[in-house]
Design a protein around this ligand. Structure first.
Ligand code: ATP
Length: 300
């Protein structure tokens, strides 16, 4: 069982943007989802844990490795899939993986073959192992990214927004691969797609404006909202009234142009509302809305 611990990790860029604001968290083995909107600081946090950039202050430990001061130690046990993953030479997946395995220090040919075959199989690329990676689809390239990071049997795997831009079938295949590897490692998946976390993660946190808003098991976070989410179908012209008078957390168009709205409230907010079962999207929007409201109140 591995453990990753962050204490008061903070980073302000030279342009004044506070990308990480006193982030403290403990992450154990399993699939961890880091959820947040664009600009929340997810990539900054992922790159910091991966030792690719230095925070202004704070501490990070993976078990007994002091990540910020023992970068090489961390890199030996890290698998990192960045948001964009460069250009591939015209080589087959199998040849490239053998090459990467050699670079990672797997000097025995038999051991290299065992690891490469394992990585190809677990990522469902074995059948297409002789095809050029440059010609792979986006989803296959992402799975190849996972195959290459598995070669040194990492303890900590970080994947930064891996499903953005994948079609639904590819996304599904990719999440299945993560599910396969998630049981034995710490896998941190950063994403702005709530369903990625819902389908996959046993633990999660929400990041917004560099701050951690909520760290809970998805199942518990949803349970916390039971009896507090209220739904209503309204005419689209009436939206302003509900935006100002209620704690509106989300609205979705229907085909006839009416809107389904969801409101967060401890008690029934009005006769016309019906109680609905909360889901993880509600958790996400409730926390973002509360953070937004707090930010507005602190300015006034
Ligand atoms: N090198 C940099 N210099 C200045 N500002 C930066 C730099 N990198 C990121 N930022 C800013 O820091 C904030 C956090 O960015 P970051 O990329 O970590 O967020 P993110 O949650 O990964 O967002 P996205 O999903 O859009 O990638 C944003 O406001 C971004 O514009």
């Amino acid at each position: 069982m591995n453990k990753l611990q962050l204490r008061n990790v903070s980073k302000t860029y030279k342009n004044g943007v506070k990308a990480l604001d006193e982030v403290s968290i403990e992450i154990n083995s399993g699939m961890f989802g880091l959820l947040g909107p664009n600009g929340a600081g997810k990539s900054t946090l992922m790159r910091t844990i991966a030792t690719l950039q230095q925070p202004d202050r704070g501490e990070i430990f993976l078990d007994d490795i002091d990540v910020l001061n023992q970068k090489m130690e961390l890199r030996k046990v890290l698998g990192y899939l960045p948001q964009s993953f460069g250009v591939y030479p015209k080589l087959s997946a199998e040849k490239l993986l053998h090459y990467f395995a050699e670079l990672k220090g797997l000097s025995s040919k038999a051991e290299r073959k065992r690891m490469v075959d394992y990585a190809l199989e677990i990522t469902n690329l074995y059948e297409v192992r002789t095809k050029h990676v440059a010609g792979y689809s986006g989803g296959m390239k992402q799975r190849f990214g996972i195959a290459q990071l598995l070669l040194n049997n990492p303890k900590l795997i970080i994947v930064d927004e891996p499903t953005a831009g994948l079609d639904p079938a590819e996304r599904h295949r990719f999440l299945n691969v993560l599910r396969e590897i998630g049981t034995n490692h710490i896998v941190i998946l950063s994403t702005h797609i709530v369903d990625d976390v819902k389908e996959l993660c046993t633990d999660m946190a929400i990041l917004n404006g560099g701050k951690l808003l909520c760290h809970k098991k998805p199942i518990d976070a949803v349970l916390d909202l039971e009896n507090k989410i209220w739904g209503l179908t309204i005419d689209r012209e009436d939206i302003e009234k509900y935006e100002t008078g209620f704690n509106l957390i989300s609205s979705n168009y229907n085909q006839d142009n009416s809107l389904n709205i969801r409101v967060y409230d401890e008690a029934k907010p009005g006769e016309e509302f019906v109680k609905v079962h909360p889901d993880l999207s509600d958790v996400y929007f409730v926390h973002l809305k509360a953070d937004e409201t707090e930010a507005i109140n602190s300015q006034t």
